[in-house]
Design a protein around this ligand. Sequence first.
Ligand code: SAH
Length: 384
Amino acid sequence: MKRNQLFKTKLKTMKRGHEETSSSSSPPHSKPRLSSHNGEDHGVEDDSTKSLARKVADHYSSRSNQTLEEREASPIIHMKKLNNWIKSVLIQLYTHRDDVVLDLACGKGGDLIKWDKARIGYYVGVDIADGSIEDCRTRYNGETDQIHRRKRFSFPARLICADCYEVPLDKALQDDAPFDICSCQFALHYSWSTEERARQALENVSSLLRPGGTFIGTMPDANVIVKKLREAEGLTFGNSVYWISFDEEYTKKKFKSSRPFGIQYKFHLEDAVDCPEWLVPFHIFKELAKEYGLELVFKKNSHEFVNEYIKKPEFAELMRRLGALGDGSGDGRTLSEDEWEASYLYLVFVMRKSGQGDSLKKNTQRRSLSQIRQEDVMYLPCQP
Ligand code: SAH
C-alpha cells in the first residue's frame, strides 16, 4: 500500500537517530529521591514553578474553540488528525465497555467522542485551564456548534479544574474511584518541572487506578528532542510547523542524569502550542512510575506506533475516515513532511497498575446521566 510505504520510508530515515542519548544511560541508584535538593537546583518547587504552571494554564485557557472551517484551515490539520487517530487507537485497544475513566489534563474534551465510541460507563475530566474546562463542559452538553446535532454522550461525567501535578486528587475523587483507565494525553511533560510535581502526577494516577487498571498517554519523546538539539547548529531547531528552543545554560547540550527534572525548553507548534515544556527522560519516568506500582507495558515513538497499527485493517479504515493522510481526492492535501517530522517528537506509552483487580465491580454510587452545569464544576485550589 502506497501510504504504508510512505510511512516506512519516513520511519527508516527518522529511526536512524532514535537511540538512547547519553543523558539517559543509567537509572538513578537510590530509590527515594532522584535529584539533590538545594536552592540552586533545577526542579525545586518555588514561585517560579507555580508561575510557569500558570503560564501553561493561561496559554491553553486562551485558546478558544475553533469552528470546523478554522480547524480545516489549520497548517497542522493533518497532524491533529493523526494525533486523534493515535489516541483513538490507544483508547480502543485498552478500554472496555462500562469502564470508569479518568482523563488527566483533559483539555477541551477533544477525546469525549472517542470515549463515547468505546462505550465507557463514567468519565471524570481534570484540567488546570478553566477556559478549557468550560469548553469541555459545553462540548459534553452538546452546546458546541460542531457537535450541535450530535446525539448526547451516553456516559455521565464530572469535571474538575485543578493543577493535577500539584494537588492530591484522591479526596475529591473518592466517590468516583477506583478508575479502570487513566488517560493523560499530550500533557504529562508539564509535570516534569520538579520532582515533587512529577511524583504528585504519578501519585494521583496510582492512587485512583484500580489494581490491574491501565494508564495510557502520549508526550514528547526526550530522546528525539535531545538528538535534534545535538544535530542543530545552535540551541533552536524546527521546521515550518514547529520550533524548540533551549536556554543558554544548555549550550553544551549535555544533561546530567542526576538532574532529570526541570530541563526546560520553549515549544512552539503552529496553531497549537506556545509555552514552556520540560524534557521527560523516559527511563527515569519508568523507574519513578514503578515506585508507584505502575509497570510499563510498552513505549513507542509515534512513528513506530503509526506504522505498527496502521497494518490492522480496522485502524487503517479509521485513518481513512479521519483523513489524516488526506481525503483520497488527490487534491494534494495530505500530511506534510514537516507535520510528519513534528509527530516524531512524540511517544505513546501504556502502563499497568500492579495487582489483580475486578473490572466488573463498578462503583454504584456514581451520578446519572445529565448536563453539567457551571456550578457542577469543582475547583480545587493549589496548596499555599
Ligand atoms: N489531553 C488533551 C489536551 C492536551 S493539551 C488532548 O489530548 O486534547 C495539554 C493540556 O494539559 C492542556 O489542556 C493544559 O491545560 C493541561 N495541563 C497542563 N498542565 C496541567 C496541570 N498542571 N494540571 C492539569 N492540566 C494541565
